[in-house]
Design a protein around this ligand. Sequence first.
Ligand SMILES: [Zn+2]
Ligand SMILES: [Zn+2]
Length: 376
Amino acid sequence: MVKWLMVFGYDVSSFSNYLKWQWKKWKIAYQTFFYNHWMDHGYFADICMEPMFWFVDNFTKFLGPFFVFAVCALTVSVICIAYWIGLPYWWDRNPVATVVLLLIGHWLLINISFHYYMAASVPPGYPPQGALIPEAASICKKCIAPKPPRTHHCSVCNRCILKMDHHCPWLNNCIGHYNHRYFFLYMVFMVLGVLFLIVFGVELAYYEVWLDPADVSSDEDDYLEGHPVRFNNSAIILVPEYLTGNLSSPEPTPSQKRTVRQSCIIYMAFINVGVFVALGSLATWHARLVSAGETSIESHINKSETKRLAAQNKVYVNPYNFGRRKNWRLFLGLVDGRTWRHVLLPSAHKPVGEGLTWPSVHSDIEDDVDVDEYRD
Ligand SMILES: [Zn+2]
Ligand SMILES: [Zn+2]
């Protein structure tokens, strides 16, 4: 029996023993991380991925102002084109209808601007620092502080956010308890705004881009009138003004002007249809969340809880789902005599409650609490 295996002059047997010993050593070192009650594999994995998270978080934070600038620049460009091309088009067709369209368009524009400004500037709400909170659901491992129910830690803002929904780079702000309504209504009015432009711009685009006026109108014939022509041996040729006069700054011809107009209309079509599809689907998804009485984060938690309890033959009940109608009234703050006027027109009313304690369906059943009792 060969006791020692020699390969290329190395003792393989002792080398494999050495590797086994090293493996055992690292395994024990790794396991020592979890030999306490405060550590688990998920938290350890979080720590290992911390450099990657740090990069994403800081990147988002850094790009935030650029995203906000992009939203504002795109919105302003679309409004300018609507005034430049859309307004004269409708005014020529029907001045009375144009006044009505101007009123509707400005109602939408005021709502879009107001809700965007408020969603970006109103802080989402934070747990009080250095003070007792009435109810703690858990401890934030990053802030080392108690978290009220529905509060989550935002790694971009690097702090806990009351009723956190998500961090929005387009607003450079977190969406939470105090600005959730502004964020949602911004999306709704923006979708209505681009729909308004699509509906009242499609006919214009059809005439100006689809049916190229150069082919169908008599503009080109008018253009020929009064211009000098000269003869050569083959045919009569047109001599443009800039060849007979100033060579350095040729005047744009009507067809060149039309090309700029057409480019703007095509740009409008892309932006408006793109925003309509993207924000339309996002707004629909958020509307479904509001109907179900949950935030984006809670929809994930509720889904996994439903699955977990279903495996135990139990039914999970979202504690903050009071039924569609009541959920919407709470979300829009339609209590204390507020009506739809506070939704259709800009309103800076605060949401129901402080965001530190949350009545649940369980407390509702016990105490028979009504929406009107949720007052500040
Ligand atoms: Zn935190
Ligand atoms: Zn955030």
